[in-house]
Design a protein around this ligand. Sequence first.
Ligand code: ADP
Ligand code: MG
Length: 445
Amino acid sequence: MSSLNPLERIGKQIREVLELHAWAGDPRRRVVEVLRDVHLPCPESLVDVFPWQLSGGQRQRVMIAMAIASEPAMIVADEPTSALDVTTQAQILALLRELRQRRGIALFLITHDFGVVNEMADRVAVMRNGVVVEEGAKRDVLARARDPYTRRLLGAVPELRARTIRRAEPYPPLLRADHLTKTWRTRGRLFGRGREVKALDSVSLEVGQGETLAVVGESGSGKSTLARALCCLTRVDHGRADLHGTATDYLSLPARSLQPVRRAIQLVFQDPYSSLNPRRTVGQSIEIGLRANGESAAAARARTVELLARVQLDPAAADRYPNEFSGGQRQRIVIARALAMRPKLLVADEPVSALDVSVQAEILDLLDSLQQEEGLAMLFITHDLRVAARMADRALVMRGGMMVETSSMERVLADPEHEYTASLVRAVPRMTEAGSVEMPALIER
Ligand code: ADP
Ligand code: MG
């Protein structure tokens, strides 16, 4: 999003590249040609569109069009798909492979995802702290890494495989939600007019005490709206939810009666940088909730120290400010703050999506052990099926605000009910097969 100028039309931005490289031919024709080369729809009219009118995948195609406009010998692609959905990522990677094969353009691809490495690369160099620690043919590095850091990175890659089922018998009921429905009014995208988005369309789910339910879906599928609705941060239009099998629909309670619910259900957000108040020390951030619960200053401080230890942080962290911590450490702080309320259910909305793979694995381990030790239930929201498979026995797949299916993780991966689920599974970059996975024909949204 930030690498295109939001104020200039697409056509003009590509023409600037051509001017910069003193392109000899007709620039207008070339612009349309490269937009067609990257398989964007209606290249002739796209010239007059602004970047914000395009989806993330379409913007990345425009970036690639700019990169190939002057017929380069090599493209340097710096994490070109890290911000994209898995199906969109698969399409962009397919496009880059096609450009390499058809035009012989060399690709210098920077990525943190070994699945992407496996599907794209001939050779791979692994970097750490500014030094190449290992370099070689992809096959050798992936199968027989020599460097310990490479081996650790490879070990942290979540595999697309259902974990062993934790518990066969049903869990005691904790949360039950029925027919949650929510419509947002938004501005349109391409050539947009105002329109309504049904972010939740009759979504129903159950989570048992101590169970993890993964919610899987691409961006815009309504996952965060679901999280916010269940935490009473967003009011739904229809639907109800109760806790512990009671008949009370807590979604319809007035704000002043919500406190017990707000304590029982804690939310961990995706972005650990914006979910902590930068002007409060870590200790203050955690203690504020404890004090509001009536604990004395001394008790709140003692519990904070205990919680920091629980998430494997130094107790001295309490007196420091969020900006002194890395993303992974901040996520630990956010988790400690959530645990302070002794919740029954943790709603984790993409809690590791902003983190590197090795840090991601640490946070997933932490959440997993906390869950086992505290008997916490979790609604684990992710766009990454690999992470879902690592964390949950059951998954709810969402698309466009609707439930596509709810199945065991094993079923989702091996024998999904719905074709959409199957296409999500196919689009995940694999570590186990050679880079030849055929992409399903998917419509970019
Ligand atoms: P996800 O978390 O799966 O990416 P979201 O729940 O954030 O999905 O969004 C679902 C849909 O609702 C999207 O089309 C999004 O643009 C829209 N939406 C979400 N929040 C708002 C809001 N506050 N105002 C208007 N539209 C929203
Ligand atoms: Mg979201």
